[in-house]
Design a protein around this ligand. Structure first.
Ligand code: FES
Length: 497
């Protein structure tokens, strides 16, 4: 089984940073946000350095479902209720502009990245959610969003109603980014892979420090690491929560009927397709859960496979992968200056599951902020906003969740190493310390201190991904403790038993 279908596309490798240097803008994070921000800046003559901890666009961007859509689940009715029609409209306009950016750029460079326009659908089989779809449809009318309620979508699973948003799109993000990366180089932008930024320091200049001890003196910094690895007392840790979801890719005996689909019931499921040479690959996603809180008895891939077998006439399964998303308190991304104390450090985070359009919104907005251009979305997305409702409720819920995980993680250690079966894990007490142990298929034990190196919560085992996942802010580590994704930048302590 392959992992993500997008990783079939190779992006050329870049050398690690070997020297200290000076630049106008340092962008940390080589996902789609970082790459697009570098592109916008470099083509305006700004000196740009892009640092990626691992390989470009391999982590979050390599594990998306890559829908380019403004249909972000049920959102517009809620935005109108909480923030008014004007702000809801601004949100929609920003997403529409992002879609137009992809359309124009792909056409301009003639990028063969399976870009395809499709209608997008939200669907439900629950009467109470049918009412929500109807309300969302009214919001579409208020905001002049083209779309309509329909009774049927072309699948055999039960459903009562669907809401269509017309002419959205889908593509292969890494094939798209190959061209953008080449453009950055053309405009003299510098890209360094396998280069981890570990701190931002303020002396007479702003300095980005790397794990290998190099310094970049820089006028501005863009932190595009999905969860900001550097918070500068802006408390993103208390204002977002991470969740994971899963995708399987398969062939079907049915022809794909067109469209992109999202269930608004639980568990949420997402459906789209990709044409891969002579094969049509169906992508079925869903089974989301808060990171670090996977139910141990339920394997998301098995659940998705069973659904595909039952309703989508699946034949052969070729791909499976998982993705991580962050949700902010009010569901809008945080894009802009980190806080007032650090006006030259910018962040873009909290895209929920809508990274393709939000990354394009963020890249344009951050580039405009840095070169001093007006941007109509600055206020809507500015990270320091704090809306009374629903922020406060979400803030309380999120923090009590984090506190519970912090305490719960320290308490539940029951199994013993001897009782471990191959390919399973446990937390044990050993010499008064908590140890996370994974026994692999060859009976080899891998032991780590499961205390997250970000802010000290205790990681839990994710059996589907064979990883230690932190329930607090979503850092993930492999069975040997190596960082898979941040905000942590240091590996878990490896232990010997
Ligand atoms: Fe923040 Fe683990 S990710 S404590």
């Amino acid at each position: 089984m392959h992992t993500s279908i997008w990783l079939d596309t190779e992006i050329k490798p870049f050398q690690p940073l070997h020297d200290s240097l000076q630049t106008d803008v340092t962008i940390i994070g080589g996902g789609i946000t970082g790459v697009l921000t570098a592109y916008h800046l470099a083509k305006q003559g700004v000196k740009v350095v892009l640092l990626e901890r691992d390989r470009l666009s391999q982590s979050t961007t390599g594990h998306t479902t890559a829908k380019i859509t403004a249909q972000h689940d049920l959102i517009y009715d809620e935005l109108i209720q909480h923030f008014g029609e004007e702000n809801a409209s601004l949100y929609y306009q920003s997403q529409k502009e992002a879609m137009a950016f992809y359309h124009k750029t792909i056409k301009m460079f003639q990028i063969n990245c399976h870009y395809q326009q499709e209608h997008a659908y939200l669907y439900t089989n629950q009467p109470n959610n049918r009412e929500k779809l109807e309300k969302e449809s009214e919001a579409y009318q208020k905001l002049a969003i083209e779309g309509t309620l329909v009774d049927q979508i072309p699948f055999s699973f039960p459903h009562l109603k669907a809401l269509r948003m017309n002419t959205q799109a889908q593509f292969d993000p890494r094939t798209f980014l190959k061209t953008i990366v080449a453009e950055i180089e053309k405009y003299q932008g510098h890209i360094y892979e396998r280069t981890t930024a570990v701190d931002i320091d303020y002396q007479s200049n702003t300095i980005v420090r790397t794990a290998r001890g190099h310094n970049i003196i820089t006028d501005n910094v863009v932190v595009a690491t999905q969860f900001p690895f550097y918070e500068g007392k802006a408390f993103y840790s208390t204002r977002m929560y991470p969740s994971r979801s899963y995708v399987v890719g398969f062939t079907s005996s049915e022809a794909y009927p067109g469209g992109m689909y999202l269930d608004v019931d639980q568990p949420i499921r997402s459906i789209r397709h990709v044409q891969k040479e002579d094969k049509t690959i169906w992508l079925l996603g869903g089974q989301a859960h808060k990171t670090g809180q996977q139910q141990q008895h339920a394997d998301p891939y098995t659940e998705l496979t069973q659904f595909a077998n039952r309703y989508l006439r699946s034949q052969a399964f070729h791909y499976q992968w998982s993705a991580q998303d962050y949700e902010t308190l009010d569901k809008l991304p945080y894009i802009g200056a980190l806080n007032k104390r650090h006006p030259n450090v910018f962040v873009a985070t909290g895209y929920r599951k809508w990274g393709m359009t939000n990354s394009a919104v963020a890249a344009q907005l951050l580039a405009d902020l840095i070169v001093g251009k007006e941007n109509p979305y600055k206020k809507l997305y500015q990270p320091q906003r704090f809306h009374a409702d629903p922020d406060l409720k979400a803030f309380m819920r999120n923090n009590s969740d984090v506190a519970t995980e912090f305490i719960k993680g320290k308490l539940s250690k029951t199994d013993r190493v001897e009782q471990l079966k191959p390919n399973s894990s446990a937390k044990i007490k050993h010499d008064g310390k908590t140890i996370g142990v994974y026994k692999d298929d060859d009976d080899q034990l891998h032991a780590v201190d499961p205390t997250c190196t970000h802010l000290g919560c205790e990681c839990n085992w994710n059996q589907s991904e064979k990883s230690w996942d932190c329930p607090c802010h979503g850092s993930r580590f492999n069975y040997d403790g190596k960082v898979i994704e941040g905000p942590a930048t240091k590996n878990l302590n490896k232990l010997s038993l």
